[in-house]
Design a protein around this ligand. Structure first.
Ligand SMILES: [Zn+2]
Length: 169
């Protein structure tokens, strides 16, 4: 056992850095082990995807706001899909910021895949049914990317150890 001279926390012998950031090897204060651990372990592909989708969701959220205000209650389907968009964007931010349980993270990714995939499907389906050419390629590409990214994140969440914070002691 090792007692940290800085914060008096007791750590196992094999721990080289205290949670407070005190480095046992060099005897200096360094970056907190927890923070670096979160950065190394927590910055997984799934989390990076959550960051990208949160940024994209925010962009579309701001972009869609005039449509939301203008079209509100004109179409229940549009209202619901826009609301779902804001909801899942909040979900991405939660994934970025908070440590959630594996089932909760998976649920958000499934919800995300359903929303993004749903938009992609209905837009493409609508274009085919009406015989109108697809003009908004940017949003089609974004939905396709978001759908694939959500599915990748969902699969990768499984591999991520769920008890990461328990190992830091
Ligand atoms: Zn310490």
């Amino acid at each position: 056992m090792r007692t940290c001279p800085h914060c008096k926390l007791i750590s196992p012998q094999d721990v080289i850095r205290c949670d407070c950031g005190y480095d046992f090897l060099s005897g200096e204060m360094k970056g907190s082990y927890i923070e670096s651990k979160v950065f190394q372990g927590g910055m997984t592909t799934s989390k990076i995807i959550a960051v990208i989708l949160a940024a994209g969701g925010t962009f579309w959220g701001v972009f869609c706001l005039p449509i939301l205000i203008g079209a509100w209650t004109h179409s229940v389907t549009l209202d619901l899909s826009l609301l779902a968009g804001y909801l899942i964007t909040v979900g991405y931010f939660i994934l970025c910021r908070l440590k959630l349980s594996l089932p909760a993270r998976r649920a958000i990714w499934i919800f995300s895949a359903l929303i993004q995939g749903g938009w992609l499907f209905f837009y493409l389906y609508g274009s085919i049914v009406r015989g109108t050419p697809i003009t908004e390629w940017i949003i089609v590409v974004w939905w396709a990317f978001a759908l694939v990214a959500s599915l990748i994140a969902l699969i990768l969440e499984r591999c991520e150890p769920d008890t990461k914070q328990d190992k830091v002691s």
